[in-house]
Design a protein around this ligand. Structure first.
Ligand SMILES: *[C@@H]1O[C@H](CO)[C@@H](O)[C@H](O)[C@H]1NC(C)=O
Ligand SMILES: *[C@@H]1O[C@H](CO)[C@@H](O)[C@H](O)[C@H]1NC(C)=O
Ligand SMILES: *[C@@H]1O[C@H](CO)[C@@H](O)[C@H](O)[C@H]1NC(C)=O
Ligand SMILES: *[C@@H]1O[C@H](CO)[C@@H](O)[C@H](O)[C@H]1NC(C)=O
Ligand SMILES: *[C@@H]1O[C@H](CO)[C@@H](O)[C@H](O)[C@H]1NC(C)=O
Ligand SMILES: *[C@@H]1O[C@H](CO)[C@@H](O)[C@H](O)[C@H]1NC(C)=O
Ligand SMILES: *[C@@H]1O[C@H](CO)[C@@H](O)[C@H](O)[C@H]1NC(C)=O
Ligand SMILES: *[C@@H]1O[C@H](CO)[C@@H](O)[C@H](O)[C@H]1NC(C)=O
Ligand SMILES: *[C@@H]1O[C@H](CO)[C@@H](O)[C@H](O)[C@H]1NC(C)=O
Ligand SMILES: *[C@@H]1O[C@H](CO)[C@@H](O)[C@H](O)[C@H]1NC(C)=O
Ligand SMILES: *[C@@H]1O[C@H](CO)[C@@H](O)[C@H](O)[C@H]1NC(C)=O
Ligand SMILES: *[C@@H]1O[C@H](CO)[C@@H](O)[C@H](O)[C@H]1NC(C)=O
Length: 654
């Protein structure tokens, strides 16, 4: 029923009682609140954090954990060149006692079994080869064995898997309602071969026909796998609840092979391994001499292959290769920006409100709640872990910072070493990344922007028509600002053309300015906004309250970066979105009431089709920074620090 009301009325309902003493913290948009941090190796905040992390790691190296475990850790950033921003390699002091035929000292090239982290690279391969176009298509369109099972198996909803309702996307995001495995893992007749023992454990004797003849060993071939699979009850209804499934990834590999007509292994090689030039990433076991193997190849099952289930967990890789793969994801090197961002979204919640599930991400939601101002600042990390035999691995990607973390352990993982590492990364490095992004945003954007002395329509005017030429060849169009699903140069040029269509105003020096300050709150804070002598803060208060006194008492305007970015020849243009809030309204958190629903508000007011809350910031290679408050059709230039203001002004007059 609210559907027909103007958006502004929805916003007004959020203003409960401006007279209350209570105050709310800012509710930022979900996603980065500052442009992504850069040059994290040379940044002093990061160096301090890495020093802290180092002393933590030295403590682990010297403890029982380090005696019994070898590990490779890397923190990498999308703009790292070849080596990660931070690396830590440790060799277990007990490694010599194993007479291992693998490496004797761990470094970035040491190869670990990565277990279920394989699923991430299987999904990457799928998206590179076929995209997610088929996401809602039933799996029976691609896997004929399942078509036959769906048609022929008798039973009801409790006993018969509803294969025609299970989509590619359901399999990818663990929402198919399938069992975790068939007989490779978890089948007791495979893992406890002596049936007598099972009877002692309370299980009834099984007729021979019910005992799978394949699984852990010998492994099932494709036909045998489906033969075993068809006996399984569904675990849940499709899309009922997330439940981890290895066989989902095996079936997905068959679907991809049917879509492309190529073998899964060939696709992995072509799409990722060869394309990125990876020397230490393998689908099947490489020679043991390059592996970190705490034991014999036999005792650790170095060469054991998961067979048909390989796409769910068989891969081997080094930390430096995984960093290379991670950078390719964050940099949109292979998948487009829109495709990557669609991939890095949750498909399901989890019972833990700080967790979500994707394809095949485990998502950890980190509350940066170290102060009242940060109450609603949440950083989502997109993760995948793996565990097989003596190896534990983990990759975390944080799109908010374009930074990732790799953790690989070979050993006994005593005292839950993996979680110790992850919590330390989360407690030490993630807050430092936020602080770095904030510092850099302050350096780049804080200050007063004004139309300046040379404004107007004179030849030196900064109000001159914005007519950027078509980007030169080789221009990097980081984002398609017209059609977010279609990243092409043509579209980016059209966006620039659209920009240039704005008609500049005729006037002498305009009293127009914008002041940006950074404080402990999320986003860039607007502390003053003047348009042609008019206080826009008051205009916003009037608009947001429909010109009804009392206006908003404590207006907050924060600017948040969007993923709309265009770079060319050292010039970088990024669109920011402003969020208008009254922080004097009371903090209401009840069953449905919330003080944080910012996402409803964007683009509430437009002026001649350009949004009041849209700001384009441009940073030029010569250090000049400008902002275009879009609705106001003006370009404001950041004033130089007072010491050299004069010379800059003079330059402009020339
Ligand atoms: C704004 O106020 C005017 C005049 O009181 C009223 O007619 C109009 O419906 C209001 N608009 C909204 C969106 O509430
Ligand atoms: C990052 O470091 C490189 C190399 O030291 C330097 O050229 C560049 O200006 C730095 N970028 C920023 C944003 O500090
Ligand atoms: C390693 O080799 C030494 C010397 O041959 C032997 O005494 C020891 O038992 C071996 N250790 C293992 C774990 O095989
Ligand atoms: C499935 O059922 C059809 C029709 O009853 C039959 O022709 C076909 O042989 C059956 N296929 C299998 C694999 O049982
Ligand atoms: C986190 O946010 C809650 C809710 O606003 C607040 O009560 C709490 O003090 C915050 N925690 C910290 C450590 O500031
Ligand atoms: C290291 O980081 C942790 C977690 O933030 C913090 O508690 C500790 O004080 C830091 N240590 C140093 C020496 O900065
Ligand atoms: C600049 O402004 C003057 C009047 O102030 C006007 O005559 C002239 O046409 C304008 N020039 C342009 C290029 O708009
Ligand atoms: C992408 O844009 C190009 C150029 O505008 C157009 O030719 C093409 O059809 C578009 N593709 C899609 C999928 O929209
Ligand atoms: C952009 O504008 C130029 C000049 O008006 C025109 O030639 C070109 O076709 C336009 N490009 C797009 C994509 O609209
Ligand atoms: C500035 O304000 C003056 C006086 O109200 C008005 O005539 C002029 O058109 C305005 N110019 C711009 C660019 O807003
Ligand atoms: C610009 O406008 C603001 C807001 O009306 C006013 O406070 C300020 O004095 C004006 N500045 C100049 C130089 O006119
Ligand atoms: C920096 O470059 C921009 C774009 O070319 C130009 O408009 C501006 O005047 C330059 N600023 C300085 C201080 O040279």
């Amino acid at each position: 029923m609210h559907f027909l009301l103007p958006l502004s009325s929805l916003i007004i309902t959020v203003v409960l009682s401006p007279l209350s003493d209570a105050a709310t913290p800012n509710c930022p948009l979900l996603g980065p609140v500052f442009p992504k941090p850069r040059n994290i190796t040379t940044n002093s905040v990061m160096q301090a954090a890495f020093a802290n992390f180092t002393s933590f790691l030295q403590g682990r190296d010297a403890a029982i954990e380090g005696q019994m475990n070898s590990y490779s850790l890397e923190v990498f950033s999308a703009d790292d060149q070849d080596t990660s921003a931070f690396t830590w390699y440790h060799t277990a002091t007990n490694l010599p006692s194993f007479n291992s035929t693998g490496v004797t000292e761990v470094d970035g090239d040491s190869v670990y079994r990565i277990g279920s982290l394989t699923k991430l690279f299987s999904m990457y391969t799928f998206l590179i080869e076929a995209g997610d176009y088929y996401w809602n298509a039933p799996i029976t369109d691609f896997v004929s064995e399942l078509q036959v099972i769906a048609a022929n198996k008798s039973g009801n909803a409790l006993t018969k898997v509803s294969w025609n309702d299970i989509t590619i996307g359901a399999l990818a995001s663990h929402l198919a309602g399938l069992s975790s495995d068939t007989s490779v893992m978890g089948e007791l007749t495979q893992s406890v071969p002596d049936n007598i023992e099972l009877v002692y454990l309370g299980f009834p004797p099984l007729p021979e026909a019910d005992i799978p003849t394949c699984g852990t060993w010998p492994e099932c071939d494709r036909a045998q796998f489906f033969n075993v699979l068809q006996r399984f009850d569904p675990a849940f209804a499709p899309f009922g609840t997330a439940a981890y499934s290895n066989i989902a990834y095996q079936i997905l590999s068959y679907a991809l092979e049917a879509i492309t007509g190529k073998s899964f292994e060939a696709m992995l090689d072509e799409s990722i391994i060869n394309r990125l030039g990876l020397q230490r990433t393998f689908y099947n076991a490489p020679y043991e001499s390059i592996g970190i193997i705490p034991g014999t190849v036999k005792s650790t099952n170095w060469y054991y292959s998961l067979g048909e289930e390989n796409p769910a967990g068989n891969m081997y890789a080094s930390s430096s290769d995984i960093a290379r793969i991670g950078r390719s994801i964050l940099n949109y090197e292979i998948l487009s920006g829109p495709q990557t961002r669609r991939w890095m979204k949750p498909d399901a919640f989890d019972a833990d409100p700080r967790a979500g599930i994707g394809a095949p991400w485990g998502i950890r939601r980190i509350h940066m709640n170290d102060s009242f101002a940060q109450t609603y600042r949440i950083v989502d990390t997109y993760d995948k872990g793996g565990s097989i035999s003596v190896w534990d691995t983990f990759l975390a990607l944080i799109p908010d910072y374009d930074v990732g973390f790799i953790l690989m352990i070979a050993g006994n993982n005593i005292n839950d070493l993996e979680m110790q590492f992850l919590d330390a990364w989360g407690d030490i490095i993630i807050p430092a990344l936020e602080a770095t992004a904030r510092d850099q945003a302050g350096t780049d954007y804080a200050g007063t922007y004004s139309a300046g002395a040379s404004s107007g329509n004179s030849s030196a005017s900064k109000l001159k028509e914005r007519t950027p030429a078509a980007p030169p060849l080789g221009v990097s169009v980081a984002e398609d600002s017209i059609n977010p699903t279609n990243k092409t140069l043509v579209n980016a040029v059209a966006a620039l053309n659209a920009t240039s269509a704005a008609v500049p105003h005729d006037s002498a020096t305009l009293n127009s300015s914008l002041t940006i300050a950074l404080d402990e709150k999320p986003g860039l804070g607007v502390t003053s906004w003047i348009s042609n002598g008019t206080d826009m803060m008051l205009t916003v208060k009037q608009l947001m309250t429909n010109y009804t006194d009392p206006y908003w008492v404590n207006l907050s305007i924060r600017l948040y970066p969007t993923d709309l970015v265009v770079t060319s020849d050292g010039t970088r243009q990024q669109s920011f979105k402003a969020i208008f809030e009254d922080l004097a309204s009371p903090l209401v958190e009840k069953t449905y009431s919330t003080a944080c629903a910012t996402w409803i508000g964007p683009t509430a007011y437009v002026y001649g089709s350009l949004a009041l809350d849209q700001f384009f910031f441009t940073t030029y290679s010569n250090g000049t920074v400008t902002v275009d408050p879009r609705a106001l059709r003006v370009t404001l230039e950041k004033e130089a620090p007072s010491s050299d203001k004069r010379s800059v002004r003079e330059n402009h007059v020339l």
